[in-house]
Design a protein around this ligand. Sequence first.
Ligand code: FES
Length: 83
Amino acid sequence: MQAAVSSGLEGILGDCGGACQCATCHIYIDQSWLDQLPEMDGMEDDMLEGTAAPRLAQSRLGCCVILEAVHEGMVVTLPPTQI
Ligand code: FES
């Protein structure tokens, strides 16, 4: 989320600043990358129940995905809406 907002990427709002309270950083991670990410915690799981766009199996909150070097090349798709 922070990388997207800092880069001015449209489609990621990050209204709560990364506090896992708004779900406006909803993203879809390419299926092949899901195993490269830490499992989501209960708070993220709960927030994903309130996203504007449908929650899919590959849904995550961008603010809960901490990028590391191993994620270079990860494919992320944005939902059609965040609000
Ligand atoms: S920025 Fe608000 S939940 Fe991710």
